[in-house]
Ligand binder design. Structure first.
Ligand SMILES: [Fe+2]
Length: 165
C-alpha cells in the first residue's frame, strides 16, 4: 500500500476512534448515573468520562493538524455512531446491570487499546511521530482504566451479591 493510501487509512481510523470515544462517553454517563449505590465505581467512571472527553479533543486537534475539518468530521461522527452498536457500547437495565455494565466497560477498554494499537502501527509505518505519540498516550490511559477494572471487578461482584441477598 502506498504512503498516501496508508495516511488516508490512518485518518479514517482516527475518525472512527473519535466516534468510538463519543459513543463511550455517552455510555459511561448512563452507566455512572446507574451506579449511585457504588460510590467508588461511580467516582472512577466520572473520572474516566473526563479522560474520554479530553481524548476526543486531542484526537480532533490531531485530525485538524492533518488537514481535516472538525465540523465536517463531527457530522461524520454522528453517522459512524449511528452504525456503532456492539462491543462495549450497550447498556443493561436489569437488576444485575451494574455487574453487566462493568464487564462491558472492561471489554470496551480493550477494544479501545486494540483500535489505538492499529492506529499506532500505521502511523509508525508512515513516520507520523505526532500521531504515534498521541495514540500511545491514549493507550496508557485506557490501560490504566482496564487495570483498575480488572482489579476491582471481583470486589464489585461480591458487593453486589451481598446487597442483593
Ligand atoms: Fe477512551
Amino acid at each position: 500500500m502506498d504512503t498516501q493510501k496508508q495516511k488516508e487509512l490512518m485518518i479514517s481510523w482516527l475518525k472512527d476512534a473519535c466516534a468510538m470515544e463519543k459513543k463511550l462517553e455517552e455510555t459511561l454517563e448512563t452507566y455512572a448515573k446507574g451506579a449511585e449505590d457504588y460510590p467508588q465505581l461511580q467516582e472512577k467512571l466520572k473520572e474516566h468520562i473526563s479522560v474520554t472527553k479530553n481524548q476526543q479533543e486531542r484526537l480532533e486537534a490531531r485530525l485538524e493538524a492533518l488537514g481535516e475539518s472538525v465540523s465536517a468530521m463531527r457530522m461524520e461522527t454522528e453517522k459512524i455512531m449511528g452504525k456503532m452498536a456492539g462491543a462495549g457500547t450497550s447498556i443493561g437495565f436489569g437488576e444485575d446491570s451494574v455487574v453487566k455494565n462493568s464487564v462491558l466497560a472492561f471489554s470496551a477498554e480493550y477494544m479501545e487499546i486494540g483500535s489505538y494499537t492499529a492506529i499506532a502501527t500505521v502511523a509508525k509505518a508512515i513516520d507520523d511521530q505526532e500521531t504515534v505519540e498521541l495514540v500511545n498516550e491514549i493507550i496508557t490511559e485506557e490501560q490504566a482504566m482496564a487495570d483498575w477494572a480488572e482489579s476491582h471487578l471481583a470486589e464489585l461482584v461480591k458487593e453486589f451479591l451481598q446487597k442483593e441477598e
